[in-house]
Write a protein that binds this ligand. Structure first.
Ligand code: ADP
Length: 307
């Protein structure tokens, strides 16, 4: 039996060629989609890791806050008793200056302890902010009035950027005052004698929804390896520090749907930048959020992205 083989015709060869080309094209496209999907999976995984880290951080802080609040609460009552006895002793010792001086020192120690207890409680029970439009200048005025005596004590200067007169925030005035005060107190401590502390307008964030409020100083700045630690509760480099000031600032900004960042100026000194929400009116690209609760707004602002 004989078998006959025939060579493929020219048109068959062309068909085969185009099938192979299509096959290569499809393979190439599949490879590209696979690479894109891998990148997307990588990105989402990173995002998930970041969210998990944030969740773990919040859980740790909540547990820490609860414990700290419990301890602070227990300390507060005996402290109030000691303060009462100190004031009774003070009035009994008016004619014995040496003893009176000793009692006054006890009193000032008790006063410091009260400060620590109050800081701990306000860190632990960060109240939900009540967001209202507030001229920022009013907050600045109050903060400067409270900080001036400390600045005067070390001949430091507090300078305020005039552009801040035009800034209206959407915030809880007393909480933002507290945050700004903590930053300014820290800055005064950092600059020491003849230093400069500046409260400046850092403009709007890229999404135009927050005002950047900057507090900078010409002290020694924050060591590079401590920049990401300064907001951790109880982190302090000071002998008598509580390490709660910046943790409170961080908590306040977080509850507002804003943020706080620490950095250093090129020519020395620390710079802290807070992003505080602006009123809806000054953010024309955002509509339809009238009447939402502070927490809902804060959550939305956080979700909608940071600068
Ligand atoms: P405390 O003032 O009790 O230490 P804070 O939470 O306010 O607590 O600050 C934590 C740490 O951050 C400080 O101990 C200091 O090391 C650093 N820090 C804060 N503000 C400044 C500043 N303006 N310049 C340099 N370091 C700062």
């Amino acid at each position: 039996m004989t078998t006959a083989t025939t060579a493929p015709s020219t048109s068959e060869t062309q068909d085969l060629g185009s099938i192979i080309r299509s096959y290569h094209e499809v393979t190439e496209r599949l490879k590209q989609s696979h690479e894109m999907l891998s990148l997307e999976v990588f990105r989402l995984r990173e995002q998930l890791d970041e969210k998990n880290r944030e969740l773990a951080r919040r859980e740790r802080l909540a547990a820490l806050g609860e414990m700290a609040a419990g301890v602070a609460h227990e300390i507060r009552n005996p402290l109030a008793g000691i303060e009462l006895y100190v004031s009774l002793l003070e009035s009994d010792l008016t004619d014995q200056p040496e003893q009176l001086e000793l009692v006054r020192r006890i009193g000032s120690g008790v006063h410091n302890l009260e400060g620590i207890v109050n800081d701990t409680l306000s860190f632990a029970h960060g109240a939900e902010p009540t967001l209202l439009p507030v001229p920022f200048w009013e907050i600045v005025d109050r903060v400067v009035a409270q900080a001036q005596p400390r600045a005067d004590a070390v001949s430091a200067q507090i300078e305020v950027d005039d552009r801040l007169r035009a800034v209206v925030l959407f915030c809880d005035a007393s909480q933002i005052e507290r945050a700004l005060l903590n930053l300014v107190f820290n800055a005064i401590e950092a600059v020491g004698r003849d230093g400069h502390v500046r409260i400046a307008d850092g403009g709007r964030t890229a999404d135009k929804r927050h005002a950047r409020i900057v507090v900078e100083d010409d002290g020694l700045g924050v060591a590079a390896d401590q920049l990401d630690k300064v907001f951790t509760p109880f982190f302090t480099t000071k002998d008598t520090g509580t390490g709660l000031g910046l943790a409170i600032v961080h908590r306040i900004l977080e509850a507002h749907g804003g943020w706080i960042k620490a950095g250093n100026r090129k020519d020395g000194g620390a710079v802290f930048t807070m992003a505080v929400p602006l009123p809806v009116d000054s953010t024309p690209d955002r509509q339809g959020h009238a009447g939402e609760s502070a927490r809902a707004k804060a959550t939305r602002l956080t979700e909608e992205g940071k600068d």
